[in-house]
Write a protein that binds this ligand. Sequence first.
Ligand code: INI
Length: 155
Amino acid sequence: MVKVVEGQLDARGIRFGIIVSRFNGFVTERLLEGAMEALKAHGGEEKDIDIVRVPGAFEIPLLAKKLASSGKYDALICLGAVIRGDTPHFEYIAEAVARGIGGVILEHRLPVSFGVLTTNNVEQAIERAGAKTENKGFEAALTAIEMASLNRAIP
Ligand code: INI
C-alpha cells in the first residue's frame, strides 16, 4: 500500500505571522485583506495571527528570520509588491527578497509563503491583488495553511 501524505486546508489552531510591506500600500493592503480572508475562511482565528509591517519588500527577509527564530509560528506569509521602474532597483530587490525568504524556509524548516508580487507595471500588480483566487495574498495564505499542516504531518 502506497502511503500518501498531504496537508489539509484547515487553519484551526495554526499560528501565523504575516509580514507586509507598506511600499505600494495600495496593492499590499489588498494582499493583506486577501490573506486574512483565506485564513478566516479556513478556520483561522485572529488570536493566532500576528501582523508585522515593514517599510519595503527589501526589509521582509529580516523580519521573516526573526519571526521564524521566535518559534512562535507554524507558518509565515510574506506580502509585498515590487513593481518594475526604469532602474535596476527592481531586479535587486526582487532577487534579494526571494533569496532571503528561501533561505529562511530551509534554515528554519518553516513554511514561509511568498506573496510578494513582482510585476512589470502597476496594472499587473492591481490585477493580482483582486478578489479571492485573483488575489495572491489569498493564494499565499492557502499555501501557508496547507504547508503548516503538511509540516506537522512530517515532523
Ligand atoms: N520596495 C517595494 O516593496 N516595492 C518596490 O517596488 C520598491 N521600489 O521600486 O523601489 C521598493 N523599494 C524600497 C525597498 O524595498 C526598501 O524599503 C528600501 O530600499 C530601503 O531599504
